[in-house]
Design a protein around this ligand. Structure first.
Ligand SMILES: Nc1ncnc2c1ncn2[C@@H]1O[C@H](COP(=O)(O)OP(=O)(O)O)[C@@H](O)[C@H]1O
Ligand SMILES: [Mg+2]
Length: 244
């Protein structure tokens, strides 16, 4: 099977140095008001958590929902001023601590373990929504969507969270297992390199005018290089986030 040569060279999408990108992103965000969400799609170890954690340094109130049992980067949240808790009931109010990491890992393979985890995560979503005016970071959204069966909650969250000024920052290693809303609701989409056809196809669900162009660029990215789409302004740039 031959892979079709790309019709568009990635160099046609401008590359911006990381510090400049972050500055522009923050200015554009401030001008955009509420209802913005961010999605990051890239296979495991592509640099998603590394990148999003750095972007979240610029946000005032953040709740990070961490669901993997172990991830070497989870220690970085602590170093960056996050207060780690294991249950949402330990979080009394937004001003208690501006940056919270809630670690709710899978505790086993039984149905009961999954149900307990799902119900704790549901409480985090509900709490974030009720408190409002914050950024909720979900490190692996396909875990909630695909493994814990939270499609309805996530769909509602995407559509309605803007009204309580909650921005959802979601990462996934499997776009095909994430909710469609992860593509069509956010203003900002970050894509790491892939040549997987199904993953590339999924890009068509985003709300920007040139998904085909985006697909071709994503297939040409280098390791740790990312394509960022601003779906509201319909612009794309490439950048290279640094290592922590
Ligand atoms: N820009 C980069 N340059 C070099 N190494 C990086 C870069 N971004 C991430 N890494 C390294 O790659 C590994 C995976 O990064 P991580 O953010 O955990 O990826 P993901 O969240 O996509 O699984 C980590 O060891 C991290 O230090
Ligand atoms: Mg990660």
């Amino acid at each position: 099977m031959t892979i079709k040569a790309p019709e568009i060279d990635k160099l046609e999408v401008p590359e911006i140095a990381w510090p400049e990108f972050v500055e522009r992103f923050n200015i554009d965000w401030a001008a955009g008001g509420s209802g913005q969400h961010v999605s990051g799609v890239g296979r495991t170890r592509s640099g998603k958590t590394t990148t999003l954690i750095q972007m979240l340094d610029h946000r005032r109130f953040v709740v990070a929902l961490l669901t993997k049992r172990v991830d070497p980067l989870y220690a970085s949240f602590r170093k960056r001023g996050y207060h780690t808790i294991k249950d949402v009931s330990e979080w009394p109010e937004r001003d208690w601590h501006p940056k919270i990491a809630i670690h709710i890992p899978t505790e086993g393979l039984t149905k009961g373990a999954a149900q307990r985890q799902a119900s704790q995560i549901r409480r985090v979503l509900d709490r974030a929504w009720t408190v409002g005016k914050l950024d909720l970071f979900v490190d692996e959204i396909s875990e909630l969507h695909d493994l814990l069966g939270m499609e309805t909650e996530l769909r509602t969250f995407y559509k309605e969270a803007g009204s309580s000024d909650v921005a959802l920052w979601a990462g996934t290693q499997k776009g095909v297992r994430a909710p469609r809303e992860m593509y069509d609701q956010p203003r900002w989409l970050f894509f790491w390199p892939t040549r997987n056809r199904d993953e590339l196809k999924r890009i068509a669900d985003m709300n920007a005018s040139e998904p085909e162009l985006a697909r071709q660029i994503v297939a040409q990215l280098d390791r740790y290089e990312v394509l960022v789409v601003d779906a509201w302004e319909d612009v794309m740039v490439r950048t290279r986030p640094p290592k922590l």
